[in-house]
Design a binder for this molecule. Structure first.
Ligand SMILES: C[S@@+](CC[C@H](N)C(=O)[O-])C[C@H]1O[C@@H](n2cnc3c(N)ncnc32)[C@H](O)[C@@H]1O
Length: 222
């Protein structure tokens, strides 16, 4: 186990527009939500209202201090639907196949890439997502900070999409969720039907991100 996982202690929750993010995630009462590399679990705590007591939230991180903090918070608030657990997600995500409706990886993909662990994690994500599930990737925009990591490790939406393609995760849309962050939503290729009604061979792209991230309105072949 790593003594101090990359990015441990840093949280982005206060920087994002959580209302906009959770609206895009489409969680419902009874949903199973997976907060990967959750840190102290701020996103998992926010998700509790959306999945209600009927749902389940798995909150996983390698940083045991963060997981202990989340466990205390969960106990204090009586949120039994949240299951915090220490786990190295590059080794295995401790869930059965096709268990999650929505999986979130917030401000951690760039850290996993730096560690060379991204492919192992993405393979696991594709395994645990339900066929109709969604993967939400939150990343810092590729512009100079602070806040956030150095420019050299930041990922553009295009770079995120390129990392996910080999794992049959196809882009649904990318949107701004605050001054510093964007959200890219993905689904598994076999079930991909874009919001413009095409299958995964032709995808529509939303142009609701800030200049520099604006996609061409035209559809392009995958
Ligand atoms: C920048 S923090 C983001 C925390 C949280 N998602 C947020 O945005 O508030 C990155 C997190 O990734 C975790 N992490 C890094 N490598 C990991 C691994 N292999 N398995 C599980 N968690 C890992 C770190 O411990 C850290 O909590």
């Amino acid at each position: 186990m790593k003594d101090h996982p990359t990015g441990a202690g840093a949280s982005t929750f206060d920087l994002v527009d959580a209302g906009k993010l959770f609206q895009a995630l489409g969680l419902r009462a009874g949903s199973t939500f997976l907060d990967l590399a959750c840190g102290r679990g701020e996103y998992a705590l926010e998700a509790a209202d959306y999945v209600t007591a009927e749902g389940i939230i798995y909150a996983l991180d390698l940083w045991d201090q963060g997981i202990e903090t989340l466990k205390s918070e969960v106990r204090a608030r009586g949120l039994e639907q949240i299951r915090p657990k220490v786990a190295d997600i590059s080794k295995r995500i401790p869930l059965e196949d096709h268990a999650a409706n929505v999986c979130l990886i917030a401000s951690a993909l760039h850290d996993l890439l730096r560690d060379g662990d991204h492919d192992a994690v993405l393979q696991e994500i594709a395994r645990v997502l339900k066929p109709t599930g969604r993967l939400a990737v939150v990343e810092f925009k590729k512009m100079a900070g602070p806040p956030g990591p150095p420019m050299v490790v930041r990922l553009s939406p295009e770079e995120v999409e390129k990392l996910l393609r080999p794992h049959h995760l196809v882009l649904m849309r990318t949107m701004d969720i605050g001054q510093h962050h964007y959200l890219s939503l993905f689904q598994l290729e076999d079930n991909a039907e874009s919001e413009c009604g095409h299958n995964s061979q032709v995808r529509c792209r939303e142009s609701s991100v800030t200049p520099g991230y604006r996609y061409s309105a035209e559809q392009r072949r995958a």
